[in-house]
Ligand binder design. Structure first.
Ligand SMILES: C[S@@+](CC[C@H](N)C(=O)[O-])C[C@H]1O[C@@H](n2cnc3c(N)ncnc32)[C@H](O)[C@@H]1O
Length: 261
């Protein structure tokens, strides 16, 4: 049974901070390369979060193309609307990935980053991606296999406990393993599969792992499975690894590119 991850205002602010970090800028650069957007294209981003990717894609498809961002979180949609207030070719709507309010074939491109892992009916969501794409349209998806996370600390027992909670917030924390099959079953042709690692060698707050510390502290506190003392000991054990010049964070991410025949 997975614990629900509520993207409320507090989490949306954390997401906005991590989105600006150099690691996330580099991740979006990889997504832009996979998307190969052209002026005039109609793009849908599912699970658009803070709207930062949508704002960047809007520039790639301007002046005649447009970007629609969909997300179930009202807090995220409010943040995205604020970020993109000055852009005329972007709009955001509250909508569920598994039940999109768009006609068949409405988009040239559908993209989703780190959202399908949170969707309870992922097959329905992939079916919806297929339905709203035109024939020849492209889907680009980024997901993580959380079993690939290696985060060094001097208290591995505490890290194991934290990671068990951490993985539990995802409906499917290992989605890349089954995504090829799910995409093919929905009717997609797979055009490319790529992998990269979020890799941090230093204990720096403005890295992906630095922001994950903050995120993990909030998450674990909310679920009250570990005591405050254990949480502080976990953080201290990461600091101690860093002081010994053994800070190491590595997490594999996968980008799938597919086409609707
Ligand atoms: C980890 S965040 C990723 C946000 C953004 N794509 C990014 O990479 O920064 C996951 C997002 O998916 C949204 N989400 C979760 N379940 C969803 C669903 N069923 N349909 C649409 N969005 C959903 C959340 O509200 C959240 O904004």
């Amino acid at each position: 049974m997975s614990r629900e991850l509520v993207y409320d205002q507090e989490l949306s602010i954390k997401q906005a901070l991590v989105a600006k970090s150099p690691d996330m800028v580099a991740q979006r650069k990889r997504m832009h390369a996979a998307l190969e957007l052209q002026p005039g294209e109609r793009v849908l981003e599912i699970g658009c979060g803070t709207g930062i990717m949508a704002s960047e894609m809007a520039a790639s498809v301007a002046p005649t193309g447009n970007v629609t961002g969909a997300d179930t979180s009202a807090a995220m949609i409010a943040m995205a609307r604020g970020l993109c207030a000055a852009l005329v070719n972007v709009e955001f709507i509250e909508a569920d990935a598994a039940d999109l309010p768009f006609a068949n074939g409405s988009f040239d491109v559908v993209t989703v980053t780190q959202c399908l892992c949170l969707v309870s009916n992922v097959e329905a969501a992939i079916g919806e991606m297929f339905r709203v794409l035109r024939s020849g349209g492209r889907a680009v998806i980024l997901e993580t296999d959380w079993d690939t996370l290696v985060w060094n600390c001097t208290e591995p027992r505490l890290m194991d406990k934290i990671m068990a909670i951490y993985k539990d917030v995802y409906i499917d924390a290992r989605l890349p393993r089954t995504l090829s099959r799910l995409l093919k079953r929905a009717g997609f042709d797979i055009r490319g599969r790529d992998q990269f690692a979020m890799l941090n060698w230093t204990f720096d707050p403005d890295t992906y792992s630095g922001h994950q510390i903050d995120f993990t502290m909030a998450l674990v506190k909310n679920h009250q499975v570990l005591s405050v003392g254990e949480l502080e000991a976990w953080l201290e054990s990461i600091r101690m690894a860093a002081e010994a010049d053994e800070y190491f964070f590595s997490l594999n991410r996968y980008i799938f590119s597919a086409v609707k025949p």
